[in-house]
Each structure stands twice: as structure tokens, then as C-alpha cells.
Design a binder for this molecule. Structure first.
Ligand code: EPS
Length: 382
């Protein structure tokens, strides 16, 4: 499967086209909308989220609730467009004053240099993480496909501005089956309170915060991805997909950077066998991926998000038209969006895993995929 998105943050809509998706999947559009709503939540989001109530409109690839195997087109209308029609008009003369004070940490400066633009808005409109709404819609389709195969994708926030969950024994089944979520998607209420206070303090200073989220995939079959080529490794693709989310600066799989301090005897997950359970491990430092392939354990990846670069107490910068030293542009923005990024992380993970499933098991129809998986499971359990 492949997908691309289009759309500016304050343009009329965001659009995604998803191609290569099998026919015959019963699609629940309300479930996609619930994912979109989850992405909009989170303590520390800005005024924009009060304007938008993201809903997906599907205009291709689905008939009577079922996917057709043809490209699926997903559109999310921007309600805020009503307030930006002149400044974001497709035709006519430029309206409003251009943005010229580049924000450190944003695409602003390099974007205008690269694309030969004089108004930073020409760059920031597309660099904005608003684009991730389209990815969450695509991920909503991928998630339903994986659910149909018995897999589950969850996320939680482990760190915001240094307020961190230190528990190592996160129970992903609890998150998947019982947890109903919270304001910041953090499973420890006491830590979440600290996170909220950190966000409040940052807001008061006109500052922003980043953090870390974790994504897990449960009930994955072994053998997704491959050791035979660099770009077929599941961890390669998962890391790239998570890194592609705006403001993400680092990825870990399983024990990740803590491997640096572990001797081999403690680092690797010993293998056991049981008649009913088959092969299993008692630990999961590998994060469910060995040799670039899923090994049947829960896939665990973490991503760190830098603080949002739009500060209400702005940093030093340069005006791109006068070249004078100024302070950066201030815009209405979020103080912290890590819990939203976690939902985007689930979506990107779902897309990567769905792609790997379709590569391994082929199938133009959902029924073909199920049959191929059934055959494979029987073979590896012999
Ligand atoms: C964003 C700036 C803010 C955020 C936006 C991302 O938007 P605005 O400039 O309209 O206030 O709210 O996020 C979303 C709109 C969204 O849907 O997540 C930015 O500059 O990246």
C-alpha cells in the first residue's frame, strides 16, 4: 500500500489517497472519526482545536460500506478555512501581510530558501502538523484491517517536559482492553498531574513542551518484514514512519538506547517453547523485532517529540525581507501536542504493519489475506 496527503493547514481541506488496499473490508467510518477526535484531544492544545471537529468524507474506493480494492480518497474539511478564505485564496492578488520573521525550529527559513518564497506562510501552512489529521484517517483504515486480523495498536505518553513514567512493566493488554484514556494519554495519574502542571507553567512563560510517547502492536504474527534487504526490515520502516511525524527527533525500538548499558547476557530475550503457546519469550527487550522481522512478541517503539517551535515568548531570529535581527513570529499554537502525536504514531504504525502484512500475504481481497495467514499459522505451528 502507499498513500500521499495534500492540503494546507488553513486551506479548504486535507486529502489523502490510499492505494493498494484490499477489497472486502467492512469499513466503519465512525471508528475513523473517533480516531480523528482522539488526535484532537490533549491538555495543552491551542484555540484551533475548539474550531475544528474533524470528520472524514470518503469519496472513492468504498461502496455500501466495503472497500473495493480501488484507491480510497479521504477528505477532512478545515472549518477554520472560513476565516482564511482571502489569505489562503487559490487565485487573485495576495491578501494580508506576509510572515517574514522565521521561527527557530520550524521549516520557515529553510523552506523559503529552498522554494524561493517571500512569505513564510507559503511554507508553514504545509509544514504544520495539521497534516497529520489526514494520516490518522488513513491509519484508521489500516487499523480496521489489522483489527480484522486480531491485531491491536495502542499508545501512551511516557514523558512530558521531564515528568516521566518510570515503570518498566507497562501492561499493553490493559491499555488495549480496559483503559479508556485520559487527558494526556498517560497511564499513571500522578505523573499525568505533574505533566499538566508542567504544561501550565510552560504556558505561563509563553513556552512549549515536548515529550515521549510509546506505541505497541499486540498479537502480531512472526515474520513481517525481512532480514534480506535493508529497506525491507520492519524496524527500518517503523522508525522512518514515526520519524516522519512533525517534530519527532528520535526513535527507539524495545530497550532502545538502554541497550548501551546491558551486557549481551541480559540484553537478549531467551527462547522457550510450549505445546499450546508455541515459541515465546519471557522478556521483550527486542521490542518484538529481531533481524528486521516481527518475532511474534508485542512490537514496542518510542518516539521523542521536540517542543513546538511556535513560542508566545519568541526566540531571536531574522526578518527574511529586511535581514534585521528580530524576534520570531508568534501565532496561535499548541503548548504541548505529545498526546496528539501518540495518536498519529499509532496511525503510522498501523500503516507500516498493514503494508508488511500485505507484502507477506498478498491478496487483493480481505478473504484472501485471511486464508493466507491461516495457512502460514498452521505451517509454523507444525
Ligand atoms: C500548528 C499550529 C496550530 C495547531 C496546529 C498545528 O494551528 P493554528 O496555527 O491554526 O492555530 O493547532 O494543529 C492543528 C491544526 C491540528 O489539527 O493538529 C502548527 O503550526 O504546526
Amino acid at each position: 500500500i502507499r498513500f500521499i496527503t495534500a492540503g494546507e493547514s488553513h486551506g479548504p481541506c486535507l486529502t489523502a489517497i490510499l492505494e493498494g488496499f484490499p477489497a472486502g473490508l467492512q469499513l466503519d467510518i465512525d471508528a475513523i472519526n473517533r480516531e480523528l477526535a482522539r488526535r484532537q484531544q490533549g491538555y495543552g492544545r491551542g484555540g484551533r482545536m475548539k474550531i475544528e471537529q474533524d470528520k472524514v468524507e470518503i469519496t472513492a474506493g468504498v461502496r455500501f460500506g466495503q472497500t473495493l480494492g480501488s484507491p480510497i480518497t479521504l477528505t477532512i474539511h478545515n472549518k477554520d478555512w472560513a476565516n482564511w478564505q482571502e489569505r489562503m485564496a487559490v487565485s487573485g492578488q495576495p491578501q494580508g501581510s506576509p510572515v517574514t520573521a522565521a521561527r527557530p525550529g520550524h521549516a520557515d527559513l529553510t523552506g523559503v530558501q529552498k522554494y524561493d518564497r517571500q512569505d513564510i506562510r507559503d511554507i508553514l501552512e504545509r509544514a504544520s502538523a495539521r497534516e497529520t489529521a489526514a494520516r490518522v484517517a488513513v491509519g484508521g483504515v489500516a487499523k480496521q484491517f489489522l483489527h480484522g486480523l486480531g491485531m491491536n495498536i495502542v499508545s501512551h505518553v511516557t514523558n512530558i517536559g521531564g515528568a516521566a513514567v518510570d515503570r518498566q512493566d507497562i501492561d499493553y493488554r490493559f491499555i488495549a482492553n480496559e483503559w479508556t484514556g485520559s487527558d494526556l494519554n498517560c497511564v499513571e495519574p500522578a505523573v499525568e498531574e505533574k505533566m499538566k502542571r508542567a504544561i501550565d507553567a510552560a504556558k505561563q512563560r509563553g513556552d512549549t513542551l515536548g515529550g515521549i510517547f510509546e506505541v505497541a502492536v499486540l498479537n502480531v504474527m512472526p515474520g513481517l518484514g525481512s532480514h534480506v534487504q535493508w529497506d525491507r526490515r520492519l524496524d527500518t520502516r517503523l522508525a522512518a514512519a514515526l520519524m516522519s511525524i512533525q517534530a519527532i527527533k528520535g526513535i527507539e525500538i524495545g530497550a532502545g538506547f538502554t541497550f548501551a548499558g546491558l551486557p549481551g547476557a541480559q540484553a537478549h530475550d531467551e527462547i522457550f517453547y510450549d505445546q499450546s503457546a508455541g515459541y515465546y519469550r519471557k522478556t521483550n527487550h527486542a521490542g518484538g523485532i529481531e533481524g528486521g522481522m516481527s518475532n511474534g512478541e508485542t512490537i514496542v517503539a518510542r518516539a521523542v517529540m521536540k517542543p513546538i517551535p511556535t513560542l508566545m515568548t519568541p526566540l531571536a531570529s531574522v526578518d527574511i525581507s529586511s535581514r534585521e535581527q528580530v524576534v520570531a513570529n508568534t501565532e496561535r499554537s499548541d503548548v504541548c501536542a505529545v498526546s496528539a502525536a501518540a495518536v498519529v504514531g499509532e496511525a503510522m504504525t498501523a500503516i507500516v504493519v498493514a503494508e508488511a502484512v500485505l507484502e507477506k500475504f498478498g491478496g487483493d481481497s480481505f478473504g484472501d489475506v485471511l486464508a493466507a495467514i491461516d495457512h502460514y499459522r498452521k505451517r509454523i505451528s507444525r
